[in-house]
Structures are given as structure tokens and as C-alpha cells.
Design a protein around this ligand. Structure first.
Ligand code: ANZ
Ligand code: ZN
Length: 821
């Protein structure tokens, strides 16, 4: 054929690859070095989309490259197949969530195969399989035994649309991460993982990730953990044994504290409230509860609050200051109470001005009086109006104040974290059941290990519509069981786990996904883990990545995992957008992956994804040209068929072609190592053009150097366009069906001897005396060489500011400077 028929090429190789099972790690010889390359696994919400196409194309470049470099590469495939979207879609279409989910998985699996991602299909898993979630439950129970999984009654985020609670991490700007509804609060007893116990270690261990994870992800994690140094200070309240303890990051400003504020919706507010203020507080709290989190947290909202009818003693001056309740103080941060320093904290100043409370400046920052301007002065300065600490700077004042307070037993240094424990109960059906049985006599009793998994009941035709309690609660024969401890009547926990629990350990399961005796084989884990390259979206910067890091540490402490960080290196891909906007069905600007694949072919789409720019940048599909990619692939194929059909020349081969190829191989290798995949593709295009020119000129297509070059080209191209690469490889005479696939070739090596000739040593003389030797390209121009020599540090030093009288340049070997003595 003289036209490149990508459809025929796809149809030819896909079944051959499937038959060869090319990427099965089990077939690799034992001694090979190993790499674990992992793409964040897919959520089966429909067929694959453009975002998947980009992310998996990137991961596949990394996986294929390392395989060609001689590594045994674990590149497994799986599905994060529990979760709300499946359940919501199932409700909408009146389907069984299981059928819906597994149907989508099969669709995606077919698309992955067609898309030629080099997965080891033997290492496949689905988190909604009982074989998988049995071990999710097992891990839950190990954490429970350690006190790392516990129940607590507290005010939680509630999504009124999905009728379920959400973790803090799933509330984005006051809205449900999934459906966008405004979040409200509910007080419920729920299960939590004690991630807060790991806050400091989660921070400390980030130093090992520095340089290997995107800096912005590390920053987001640091901010989310939110370590804050400060002090707890006690204010004694008249007629109450317990003092009110506040958390402050600015103990130096203690003398400026003119009132206290406790969170209106905290128990403390109720306890402190004087009887004659009770009605007003109750009414205020009712009003606050109706507000969404978004409204509560907005900083420009007018400050509201209630005086609680009490005063507290200032710990240093003994002065009585009023105690207020307000919604701008959060019940679940710090101690849920603050000392208000209106002069130096804007929120406090707004409150003070709203209620006519005193403003006392205690830090002289040189700025105008906040009481008059309404602008708090938060900067550094010298302490004033502060007794013993007058005249001190901030840090000294903090130390002195804490010392004073410690002496009186009224304060101490503390570290506070913004991170909250991970709330994992969900009132939904399609998730991993919590393996706990509630007994009226024995309390929360773990389901014995030999009774795992606690399977989801078959609920065909049941009403899964959200009602605020888990649908599991409506299945009495599932709920009512004997207590494993006393045998009495007891009930299963009817909530399911947050799906982020499933995905926080799947990378461990992937090393031995079919092990039926344990969650993972420790021997296999030692061989493969931790993950060498993890590829996925930045939207997981805090949720999934923080949870996975936490769980790895917890399992490490349980003696189950040797390492403490799960992902050595992380790569975030950008988004695929259209005309500057993110794609969405509702906006009507969705590009359908299936259609693109049918129009341009798999290789052209994959190549376009990678060629569009650096992996971390967004791709605007309106600006790229899959048609152009297709033309390039056709050129490669034509070159391969010209060479493949030409009579083989037995000569030594063309040196120019060899040198060009060696140069490209060296560059492309480095570019792949540096993850500059788009530039690597540009080099392959240049190589293709150079070879075409040579063959159309005076180098015969049968020249051995040309054949080597096209073989190298096919191998390098196989990272991006595996079908075209395989077809070209076969055209060059390789018996793919017998196992000689391009994806099992050896990565080409650059012939250094050829490249060495490209550099010359240039001698730099000053007044005839050799002063410096420079390595320069043989092709350097006289002008460039002159500039290089004059800018050389040794030469600059010798010239010492003098202008040379004469500069003689003989590229590439000599520069002679004549300087007045
Ligand atoms: C007095 C003070 C003076 C404060 C000043 C700040 C500036 P970070 O750094 O985020 O930890 N705060 C403490 N608990 C709070 C709560 N539950 N809800 C709302 N605000 C709370 O912030 C610590 C500061 O936030 C604390 O230090 C406290 O105000 C406030 F010039 O205390 B500060
Ligand atoms: Zn019992």
C-alpha cells in the first residue's frame, strides 16, 4: 500500500499484542531491576474521556520507556469502583449500581486496550470486589484495634443533596465536592480515622518528597495540615471552676486582649451563658445553624454575636473583660475560644466596632490608630502598653509572655493543626461496609477476621434514594445479627466507608492483587514498592494523596509495610480544555474521545496529547492538530517501508546519518529522563525529516546506517505511537507475532565515539601565551566563539577591565587576544 492506513494497522496489531500478553511482569526474569509506574486508577463513570486519554498517555510513556531500558515494569490497571456517582447514576436510571459499575468497567477496559496502554492485565483489581474490600475491612479493623479508627459524636458536614456526611476535604469553598450543593451541619455519631496523630510526621516526611513531587502539591498539603505555633492561655471566669482556654498565635499581644469570644455553636458557649442571656443565645445559634459554611466563613460579612453575661479575669492584669459568643470563631479549631485583640486582628476589630468594645494598641507598628482607621495593624513592631514586655520585639515578647503565664500556671506553648480527623462514615449503599457490630451490652464489636468480608446485600429493586440513613439500614435480615462477643441480639453498622478509604491502599494491593490470605504479599511489596512514578491530576493534591500517605504510615506502624511514604515521585498532568474553558457536558463543549479516536486513530491522539506541551500544562484541544500528528506518523511509516523494501546495502554505512541519529538518541534519552516529552517528539520529527532528506538525496534507503536510524526511530516512537511504531518495526523485518515486538526492543544507545568528534578543544591565548582551553562544538561560528572566549571567567580575570587591542579567531581551534602590556 502507498497510503498509511492507521485503521488497518490498529486492527492488525491489537489482537497480536493481546495474544502475546506483552506486559505481564510475571514473565520477566527474576534478576531484572524493577520499576513501579502507577497511574491514578479510573473511576468507572462512563467511557474514558479526553482527560483519561492524556493522563494515561503520559503514564504509558514512563512505563514503556523503562521497559525498553531493561526494567521489569509493574504497570497495573484497576478501578476505584465504589462511590456516590455510581449510586446516583443508578438511581437516576433505575439500575443496580453494581450492574452499572461493572458495565462501565468493561467499556473502559475495552477502550484502554484499544488505546494501547501497556498495562499488565493480570494485575487487575476493582475496589468493589469482595476479594478487595475484604482487605479494606481488615485494615479498618487493624486501625480500630490501635485506636486509630474511632467513633465520635460531633457536628459534621452534611450534603443535603446527597444526603450523606462528607469529610472536610470533600467540602470545597463550602460546597459538596461532588454535587456542588451548599453544605450544612448536623450532629451525628460517626467513624473517624485519627489522621491528626500523624500531622507532624505528614509534614516532616515531605522533605523526602521535595524535588520529586510538584512544589504546589507539597504547599497545598502543608497548608491543609496547617501547623500553627502559639500558646494556650487560661482566663478564669467568675463562678466557674474551669477557666476558659483560648488558642492564640500571638501571645505577645495579650495586653491588647479586651474581650473573649467563644464559638456560638460550641458546648462551651451554652455552659458559660448567664441565665438571662439564654434566650438570646439560643435564638442566635438557631440563626447561625441555618447559614451555610460559605456564608459563615466569608470575611466581609457583618459581625454578629451575643454577650454571654459574664466576665473573665485577664491573666496578667486581673482586669475583668467581657465574654461573647459569635459565629466567626469556629468550634472545631484550637480550643473553640479566642482572646480578641481588636487593634491587631481585623476580625476582632470588626467585632469590637460593631459592639462598641475597647481597642487597645499594644504593638507600635508606626501605622495609624486602628480604632480610628478601622484597619487592624497585624505587622511587627515594638510592644507598648504591655507592662513588663514593653519595648520588646515580637519573638522576645512571645517568649517573655509565655514564661510569665507558665509561672502562674495560666498558659503554655502549644502547636495547633488545622488538620481534622478523617470522617469516613457515609450513609450510602455503594461502598465498603464498616465491619462493626453494635451490641447493647458489648458496644462496638469488630466482626471477626474469619467472617470477612462483610458483603453488601443483594438489593435488586430496593430504593436507594438518599434518605439520610444508609439504605443498608432498611434490610433487617442483613442488619440483625448475633453479637460476636456475647451472642445476644445486635446490629451491624449500616454506614459504608468513604471511597477514599478504598483508594488509600490500592497501590499496596497491586503487587499481589489475587492474594487471598492477606491484603498484600510482603515479599512482593519489598520487590516493587514504594511506587517509583505516580501520575495523576492535581485535584488529588490533598484528599487522596494525604490519605494514602497517612494510611501508609499507619500500616508501617502496624509492622505491615516497611516504608513510610507510598509515592517516591509524583507527576501531575494538566487538563484537556477547549477554547480556553474546561470541558463539560452542560457547557456543550465536550470533545468525545471515542470520536477523536475514530477520526484520527489512537496514535495520532496519543501523540497529540504528549506533543501539545509539557505534561503539567493544560492542553487546549482547539489549538492542537491531531491531523498533523497523523501526517507525521504517515511519514515515519513511509520511511520505514522505503527502507524495508530497499535492497540491503552491505557497505559500512553513512557517517552523517549515523552521527545525526546518535545525536537525536542522546537528546531524546535525556529529554525523556527530564520528562520533557513534547520536546522529545519534536526531535523525532527532526530525525524523520533528516532521514527523508538523506534518502531522497544521495544515501540509498538500503544503507545500513539508515536502517539502524529507522529502527531507533521506531523504538523511540513506540513510547507515543505504539501502533505506527510496531507497523514500522514489522516492515523493517521483525517477526512481531513471534514475540519480536518493538515494545520488547532495547532502547537505542548513542554512539559516543561519533558524538565525540563533534566537540573540539579551543585554545585561548593572551599575547601568544595559552591561558585557557574551551570545549566547543566543531560547528561553532567565529562570532559565537569570540563571545564565548571573551566571557570566559579566566579571560575576564586576565583582562582585568582592559579592552583587547585585537582578537584573532580561528574557529573552532583558536582565539588569540592581543592586549596592551
Ligand atoms: C490573638 C491574636 C492577636 C490572634 C493577633 C491573631 C492576631 P492560625 O495562625 O490560623 O492558627 N483563632 C484561634 N482559634 C480560633 C477559632 N477557633 N476560630 C477563629 N479564630 C481563631 O490562627 C490563630 C489565630 O486565629 C489565633 O491567634 C486567634 O486569634 C484566632 F494580633 O489570638 B489570635
Ligand atoms: Zn454483645
Amino acid at each position: 500500500a502507498d497510503r498509511y492506513d492507521w485503521q488497518a494497522v490498529q486492527d492488525r496489531w491489537l489482537p497480536v499484542w493481546e495474544a502475546l500478553n506483552l506486559f505481564r511482569v510475571a514473565d520477566d526474569p527474576a534478576g531484572k531491576p524493577r520499576k513501579y509506574v502507577l497511574d491514578m486508577f479510573a473511576y468507572p463513570s462512563g467511557d474514558l474521556h479526553m482527560g483519561h486519554a492524556e493522563a494515561y498517555a503520559i503514564g504509558d510513556v514512563v512505563a514503556r520507556y523503562h521497559r525498553l531500558r531493561g526494567y521489569s515494569v509493574l504497570h497495573p490497571v484497576g478501578w476505584d469502583s465504589f462511590g456516590l456517582p455510581a449510586e446516583n447514576a443508578a438511581i437516576k436510571r433505575d439500575l443496580d449500581p453494581k450492574k452499572w459499575t461493572y458495565g462501565n468497567i468493561e467499556t473502559q477496559a475495552r477502550s484502554f486496550r484499544r488505546y494501547a496502554i501497556s498495562f499488565d492485565w493480570d494485575m487487575r483489581l476493582h475496589t468493589s470486589d469482595p476479594e478487595y474490600y475484604r482487605w479494606t475491612q481488615w485494615i479498618f479493623l487493624r486501625l480500630f484495634e490501635r485506636g486509630l479508627a474511632y467513633q465520635k459524636r460531633s457536628s459534621v458536614n452534611w450534603c443535603p443533596q446527597d444526603q450523606t456526611v462528607l469529610a472536610n476535604e470533600q467540602v470545597v469553598a463550602g460546597r459538596c465536592e461532588r454535587c456542588g450543593s451548599l453544605i450544612t451541619k448536623r450532629t451525628l455519631t460517626q467513624w473517624y480515622f485519627k489522621i491528626t496523630e500523624y500531622a507532624q510526621r505528614l509534614l516532616d516526611d515531605m522533605s523526602a518528597l521535595e524535588g520529586h513531587w510538584p512544589e504546589r502539591v507539597l504547599t497545598m498539603q502543608r497548608n491543609w495540615i496547617g501547623r500553627s505555633e502559639g500558646a494556650e492561655i487560661k482566663f478564669v471566669v467568675d463562678g466557674r471552676d474551669e477557666p476558659v482556654t483560648v488558642f492564640t498565635s500571638r501571645p505577645d499581644t495579650l495586653h491588647g486582649a479586651t474581650f473573649l469570644v467563644v464559638a456560638a455553636d460550641s458546648e462551651l458557649a451554652g455552659e458559660l451563658c448567664a441565665p438571662d442571656r439564654r434566650a438570646e443565645l439560643d435564638e442566635y445559634v438557631e440563626r447561625v445553624k441555618r447559614l451555610s459554611e460559605i456564608e459563615r466563613q466569608s470575611s466581609d460579612r457583618e459581625k454578629t454575636g451575643v454577650f454571654l453575661g459574664r466576665t473573665a479575669a485577664h491573666p496578667i492584669t486581673g482586669e475583668q473583660i467581657p465574654v461573647w459568643a459569635s459565629d466567626y470563631v469556629l468550634a472545631d479549631y484550637g480550643t473553640g475560644a479566642i482572646m480578641a485583640v481588636p487593634a491587631h486582628d481585623q476580625r476582632d476589630l470588626d467585632f469590637a466596632r460593631a459592639f462598641g468594645l475597647p481597642v487597645v494598641v499594644v504593638v507600635d507598628t508606626g501605622e495609624p490608630d486602628p480604632a480610628e482607621t478601622g484597619v487592624a495593624t497585624a505587622g511587627d513592631g515594638t510592644l507598648v502598653n504591655s507592662g513588663e514586655v514593653d519595648g520588646l520585639a515580637k519573638d522576645e515578647a512571645i517568649r517573655a509572655t509565655v514564661r510569665q503565664l507558665t509561672g502562674k500556671g495560666l498558659g503554655s506553648r502549644t502547636i495547633n493543626f488545622r488538620l481534622r480527623d478523617w470522617l469516613l462514615s457515609r450513609q450510602r449503599f455503594w461502598g465498603c461496609p464498616i465491619p462493626i457490630i453494635h451490641c447493647p451490652d458489648c458496644g462496638a464489636v469488630p466482626v471477626p477476621d474469619d467472617q470477612l468480608p462483610v458483603r453488601l446485600p443483594e438489593l435488586s429493586g430496593a430504593d436507594l434514594r438518599p434518605k439520610g440513613v444508609s439504605p443498608l439500614a432498611t434490610v433487617p435480615e442483613w442488619v440483625n445479627v448475633p453479637c460476636p462477643r456475647c451472642g445476644g441480639d445486635a446490629q451491624r453498622d449500616t454506614d459504608t466507608m468513604d471511597t477514599f478509604v478504598d483508594s488509600s491502599w490500592y497501590f499496596l494491593r497491586f503487587v499481589s492483587p489475587h492474594d487471598s490470605d492477606r491484603p498484600f504479599d510482603p515479599e512482593a511489596l519489598r520487590e516493587w514498592a514504594p511506587v517509583d512514578n505516580y501520575i495523576g491530576g492535581v485535584e488529588h493534591a490533598i484528599l487522596h494523596l494525604l490519605y494514602a500517605r497517612f494510611l501508609t504510615k499507619a500500616l508501617h506502624d502496624l509492622g505491615l509495610v516497611e516504608f513510610t511514604e507510598p509515592f517516591k515521585a509524583l507527576m501531575n498532568q494538566g487538563q484537556v480544555i477547549l477554547n480556553g474553558a474546561s470541558m463539560s457536558k452542560s457547557k456543550g463543549n465536550l470533545v468525545d474521545l471515542g470520536e477523536e479516536l475514530s477520526t484520527y486513530g489512537v496514535d495520532a491522539v496519543r501523540l497529540t496529547m504528549i506533543f501539545a506541551g509539557p505534561p503539567e500544562e493544560d492542553i487546549d484541544w482547539a489549538d492542537v492538530s491531531p491531523g498533523g500528528s497523523g501526517k507525521f506518523l504517515a511519514r515515519v511509516w513511509r520511511l520505514a517501508s522505503d527502507v524495508g523494501t530497499a535492497e540491503r546495502d552491505t557497505g559500512a554505512g553513512d557517517t552523517g546519518v549515523r552521527r545525526t541519529t546518535a545525536k537525536v538518541v542522546r537528546e531524546v534519552t535525556q529529554l525523556i529522563e527530564d520528562k520533557r516529552f513534547n520536546v522529545a517528539i519534536a526531535r523525532l520529527m527532526e530525525l524523520t525529516n533528516a532521514l527523508r532528506k538523506a534518502v531522497d538525496g544521495d544515501v540509498p534507503a538500503g544503507d545500513p546506517a539508515v536502517r539502524e536510524a529507522v529502527e531507533s526511530l521506531a523504538i523511540m516512537l513506540s513510547l507515543f505511537a505504539p501502533y505506527c511504531a510496531e507497523e514500522s518495526w514489522a516492515t523493517l523485518g521483525h517477526a512481531v507475532a513471534d514475540g519480536d515486538s518493538v515494545s520488547r526492543a532495547d532502547w537505542p544507545t548513542a554512539d559516543e565515539a561519533l558524538l565525540a568528534e563533534d566537540v573540539a578543544v579551543c585554545v585561548v591565548q593572551v599575547n601568544g601565551k595559552v591561558r585557557e582551553r574551551l570545549e566547543v562544538p566543531t560547528s561553532i561560528t567565529e562570532d559565537d566563539l569570540r563571545e564565548l572566549a571573551l566571557g570566559d571567567p579566566a579571560v575576564v580575570r586576565l583582562l582585568d577591565g582592559r579592552d583587547p587591542r585585537k582578537v584573532i579567531v580561528r574557529a573552532p581551534k583558536l582565539v588569540n587576544l592581543v592586549v596592551a602590556p
